[in-house]
Design a binder for this molecule. Structure first.
Ligand code: ZN
Length: 318
């Protein structure tokens, strides 16, 4: 008999990534299709279903060996039913994606927020491999997160669990966040926030390194930090201080074995991890920091499809 398989799907604003994996996590095939966002994304589900049928046929894979689909999308999603409360980038609102996708494909569907799914991917086959409990943080344009406890990702009462980017870190901040509030971790530690701080530092004339760069980015700040530019050092210390404080407070609640940092900012590697770990250790309960390691995420863009497959693995009881 042919071995069972899982399908992982990562639905993004531009492309939908798909993959077929074995139950051991071996990737049999991965591919992508464009995300048709027209008319509130109404054809996305049928596009996905058609593409899956076509691909399984082309690969000569027997449909009956597919256990189910695990899908991630940016937004608030109920994990059990796959109901999408809202996915702004895709155009979905109050959309029963789980049922529609299950009906269109004939497979059971589980779904979650894309950051939660990526966290599951890193936990299964990436930097968090072997961990029962871990935190994943994605530092990109925004700040995403996933909290895994006893191998399960926390989805919460209405699909909002693990929204680490919206932890308030500066209650008196004047910086507006996309969530409608001020002073979120996202407005302090995302690539966007770091670039904003770089412009402020440059304008104030406090960084020799940044003064020569027209539009400084987060990457420039870490480069300046490595060259011991004082302005860049102060930005990195400020960002890692906020992030370390937020992660230390989360870690006290979860007692994770690992914190995995991904996203564009994580490319800074040790220049990010080393001050971050220092700040974390200063704020976290010593018994908590003693067992908690930091790592850079390993799976890159594949984390979502791998995590989707892992969601099927854990939810289907295989
Ligand atoms: Zn926010």
């Amino acid at each position: 008999m042919e071995e069972e398989k899982y399908i992982g799907i990562d639905i993004g604003g531009t492309t939908v990534k798909l993959a077929v994996l074995t139950i051991e996590g071996e990737m049999i095939h991965k591919w992508e299709i464009p995300t048709a966002k027209e008319e509130s994304g109404k054809s996305i589900v049928s596009d996905i279903a058609a593409s899956i049928t076509e691909t399984l046929d082309a690969l000569h894979l027997d449909r009956t060996t597919v256990t189910g689909i695990g899908a991630g999308a940016p937004g608030f999603i109920d994990q059990q039913t796959g109901y999408v409360y809202e996915a702004i980038n895709i155009g979905w609102k109050e959309f029963d994606m789980g049922e529609e996708l299950s009906e269109a494909t004939g497979f059971p569907v589980w779904a979650d927020n894309d950051a939660n799914i990526a966290a599951l991917g890193e936990k299964w086959l990436g930097a968090g491999k072997g961990c029962e409990s871990m935190l994943a943080v994605t530092l990109g344009t925004g700040v995403g997160g996933g909290i895994i406890v006893n191998k399960q990702v926390i989805n919460g009462a209405n699909g909002t669990g693990g929204e680490i980017g919206h932890i308030t870190v500066k209650p008196d901040s004047a910086h507006y966040c996309n969530c409608g509030r001020y002073g979120c971790l996202e407005t302090e530690a995302s690539a966007t926030a770091i670039a904003r701080k770089a412009v402020e530092m440059k304008t104030a004339g406090n960084s020799d390194y940044l003064s020569s760069i027209k539009e400084p980015t987060a990457k420039d700040v870490f480069e300046g930090y490595e060259r011991k530019d004082e302005g860049c050092q102060s930005i990195v210390l400020d960002v890692t201080d906020q992030l370390g404080l937020a992660l230390a407070n989360l870690a006290v609640s979860i007692n994770p074995e690992k914190i995995v940092i991904g996203g564009g900012v994580s490319k800074a590697g040790d220049s990010l991890l080393s001050p971050l770990k220092e700040s974390f250790d200063a704020y976290a309960l010593p018994r908590v920091s003693a067992v908690c390691d930091f790592s850079i995420a390993k799976l890159g863009n594949d984390a979502g499809v791998i995590g989707g497959a892992y969601l099927v693995k854990t939810k289907s009881g295989h």
